[in-house]
Write a protein that binds this ligand. Structure first.
Ligand SMILES: O=P(O)(O)OC[C@H]1O[C@@H](O)[C@H](O)[C@@H](O)[C@@H]1O
Length: 340
């Protein structure tokens, strides 16, 4: 029994508080004043869809496609890819891309009280991940913490169109800001605005496919003793009894009312992903394992071993907005080296 895994994650150099940059080279909070600005490039992918690449002054990078507003790649300053993408992923509309960070929002079935992850449907994760977004030319001003020297950022927006009313009978605007910091931290801030004349409800998840060495070497920390809804058992509610979560078979759970920091440690790679979130009370943990992944056409053989989805989410209770209201959900992802 390892005590450190039985407690909620506390602020520390490994898990610094939200917005505090830890300089892992100098082992102290980062002084950002000394860095030049980050930069961005806009180009087209092989299917003619625009994409944006953010570069940090220390050479970390993130690539965001306007197809789904989806982060497709996030690399360290050494060029190591941190996100999983299936070798069988399909990159053409209308299919969602298997990997990266799909934005799962505006669940078609939400208004009918069937919640996120609980129903087999093409659109169970919402349709915005299958739509072409645009660059937001007039984004809201950056928050003080977002404008730190050395950050690179991009603002995207998806505004619902008449055709979307076939899937979801409300008008909305969904904005996404992606920020890559000097040290390669990736922050995603989403805002959903109700531009309809009636209230609406929706669920949300940053469906984050982390790349891992081997799923059997991975543990998720920070969800111990919490309640979860088991998607494999009709969303029945259980209380986690164990220490950190480890993986020996298919897992598809929604941990509810979690703390705002969760860690995903990869023993073999000696690294820990740190997920910090705001406005997103739940965490979805998903690995399809062998049998389920064989049934998914855009999943390669044995690829389940090298991915784990840990999503900052709002799914147990949908978010309800009146006309004119705006909701914000934010996640910050970073990776630290561990010594074990
Ligand atoms: O194939 P999709 O729509 O991307 O979903 C993948 C998985 O995503 C997880 O978040 C859900 O909990 C699972 O139930 C689901 O199977």
């Amino acid at each position: 029994m390892c005590e450190v895994h039985c407690v909620r994650l506390r602020p520390s150099p490994q898990y610094p508080p939200f917005g505090v940059r830890w300089d892992h080279h100098l082992r102290r909070p980062m002084d950002q004043a000394s860095y030049p600005p980050g930069r961005l490039e806009v180009s087209e992918d092989e299917n003619g869809v625009s994409q944006v690449v953010l570069h940090s002054p220390r050479r970390a990078s993130a690539r965001i496609s306007l197809y789904g507003g989806q982060v497709r790649s996030w690399k360290t300053e050494r060029g190591e890819e941190l996100l999983f993408t299936s070798c069988k992923a399909i990159f053409k509309p209308p299919v969602a891309v298997r990997g990266g960070i799909p934005i799962c929002c505006i669940n078609v079935l939400c208004d009918f009280l069937i919640k996120f992850g609980n129903h087999v449907s093409v659109e169970q994760h919402g349709f915005v991940r299958n739509r072409i977004w645009v660059i937001d030319e007039n984004p809201a001003p950056l928050q003080p913490t977002d404008s730190s020297t050395g950050n690179a950022s991009i603002d995207l927006v998806y505004k619902s169109i008449d055709d979307d009313l076939r899937f979801w009978p409300h008008c909305f605007e969904l904005r996404l800001r992606v920020i890559l910091s000097v040290d390669g931290f990736l922050t995603l801030i989403s805002r959903v605005r109700n531009v309809d004349c009636k209230p609406f409800s929706f669920s949300f998840a940053y469906h984050t496919y982390f790349s891992v060495s081997d799923i059997s070497e991975v543990r998720v920390e920070g969800l111990e003793t919490l309640d979860y809804l088991d998607n494999l058992l009709h969303r029945e509610r259980f209380t986690d009894q164990g220490e950190a979560i480890t993986f020996e078979s298919e897992v598809d759970r929604v941990y509810v009312s979690t703390s705002d920091t969760v860690g995903v440690s990869d023993h073999e790679k000696k690294r820990t992903f740190v997920i910090k979130k705001k406005g997103l009370p739940d965490v979805v943990v998903w690995n399809p394992w062998d049998k389920k992944s064989k049934a998914i056409t855009d999943f390669g053989k044995d690829e389940y071993k090298h991915m784990l989805c840990v999503d900052a989410a709002a799914t147990e209770n949908s978010i309800t907005q009146k006309p004119g209201e705006e909701w914000t959900g934010r996640v910050e992802l970073s990776v630290t080296k561990t010594r074990n």
